[in-house]
Design a protein around this ligand. Sequence first.
Ligand SMILES: *[C@@H]1O[C@H](CO)[C@@H](O)[C@H](O)[C@H]1NC(C)=O
Ligand SMILES: *[C@@H]1O[C@H](CO)[C@@H](O)[C@H](O)[C@H]1NC(C)=O
Ligand SMILES: *[C@@H]1O[C@H](CO)[C@@H](O)[C@H](O)[C@H]1NC(C)=O
Ligand SMILES: *[C@@H]1O[C@H](CO)[C@@H](O)[C@H](O)[C@H]1NC(C)=O
Length: 477
Amino acid sequence: MLTKLSLILSVSAILAQAATLSYSPNSQIATRSINRVIRRDGVGDTGPDPQGWNTDDLSNMEKSISANTQLSILTLAYPEYGVFVVHNTPRAVPVDTLIFKRHIESLDPGFFWDSTYGWDSHVVNGGTFTFSTMYNQDYRLGGRYHQYQDNITFCPIGKSNYQVDTANWMTNLDGSLLVTGFTIPGTHDSAAQTDKISLAPELGATQSSLIPDQLLNGIRFFDLRLGSTAEPLKLRHGLLEIDGYAQDVFLNFHDFLAAHPNETILCSVKWDYDGVAQPADFETKLNAYFTDGQHGTWYTSSTLPKLDDVRGKIVLLRRYNGNLGFYMDVANNNGNHTSTSGDIRVQDLYSPATTSDGYPDYNTKWNAVQYMLDTHLAFNSSQLNVNFLSAVNIEGLSTLYKPSVWANEINARMQSWLDTVETQTVNLGVVAMDFPDTPSGDWDFKIKEAMMASGQTLLEIAGQVEITKRLILTNFA
Ligand SMILES: *[C@@H]1O[C@H](CO)[C@@H](O)[C@H](O)[C@H]1NC(C)=O
Ligand SMILES: *[C@@H]1O[C@H](CO)[C@@H](O)[C@H](O)[C@H]1NC(C)=O
Ligand SMILES: *[C@@H]1O[C@H](CO)[C@@H](O)[C@H](O)[C@H]1NC(C)=O
Ligand SMILES: *[C@@H]1O[C@H](CO)[C@@H](O)[C@H](O)[C@H]1NC(C)=O
């Protein structure tokens, strides 16, 4: 049987070193994970490995990046902790900040797959390596690790291994940032869950999770469509009526923020009733909710707030005729639109024409999404970027590609793209998604509600915390 990795040297030297280093505000999530490692010192510790840690072998790591590039990324990402390098024994690794070194047998579990060599591991704290790219394949670099009794688990590079408290993630953000200055996961047509639409639910549905569940799982941008000429203000989307009212959603916001006071919510409100003009008193009716103290505390100024100014509040983005909030003029089906004020850049190519052979044109949509991702903004940017990943095709009865079909493809591409920024800290602005929780939007909503009633969250059920969690983590190196 395979030998276990045993670590001879104590980790106390590492712990002492870690304790003396200071952390930048943006590394708090990393710090929290690392604290957990530090506590797992094997003394009276009988628990399983920390949840969410990827203890896969290192062969999963990117090999095309040169070893030195990987090392500098790691050193930046984990300044307060050692990184490790594992290399083929014959290769020299000059290291000036060695924390420990250990020889690994070729068949030690979790490491090597096809090797007949022995390997050495070095855990280092920064330092310079002189790798030869020629021998790049003989080196593997990792990120975090932890020791449990005689086992040490190495955690390959990658933010996806981090835990994140999705209900409170803004606690760790620098409150002096403008609300336009960091990545915010969002939902498109946020209240249009399958069971909320009686006419053509499959066609209209864009979400699986109810608003409270979206909030708990980290969504902070909401897209509400309203359309009714009388109180209460009814939810709808164009031709489709949606069960429920604006005030139901506002109450959800209120309750969530009361329990999670460091968070802020951005809410876009759109008049969306095909063929019916916006009533003159629409904003007056809305404002009654904004100001009654029972439907959340709303920020309705058009001056860009800092996060600290709007923690516990809802920032209004206006998509109707009126005066309150930021005006978000979204051009119809446009992949790259900047509002006349210059304050907001929106990608909302919601229905690219099907390809000549009648299929959804995923590439055109994805190119528009990716353009905004690639041209993402500096932290604290004063421009809001809103990148809708959603789309639908309705070209007669024979050509119908519903939102869930699009979400399956575009969300998957988004996941892959996130790999490219995994070790960086970037401001992607608002990324508004259909079905961020379920890769297949076809789940039976009643089954899900029953499972949620038994205490599971939807994202747990679907195993899809990833996309929202990873968007949040783009804010943290
Ligand atoms: C160490 O890892 C091996 C292999 O995964 C496992 O069987 C063993 O229980 C672990 N030891 C401890 C103390 O966790
Ligand atoms: C972000 O911008 C605001 C307003 O300009 C400024 O007060 C704040 O210091 C900035 N924060 C950072 C982290 O640069
Ligand atoms: C909110 O932020 C304050 C100040 O940083 C902190 O003490 C508190 O624990 C945070 N609350 C939550 C729920 O994270
Ligand atoms: C997007 O819009 C900006 C501002 O109008 C423009 O400078 C840029 O060239 C556009 N890019 C594409 C790919 O259309």
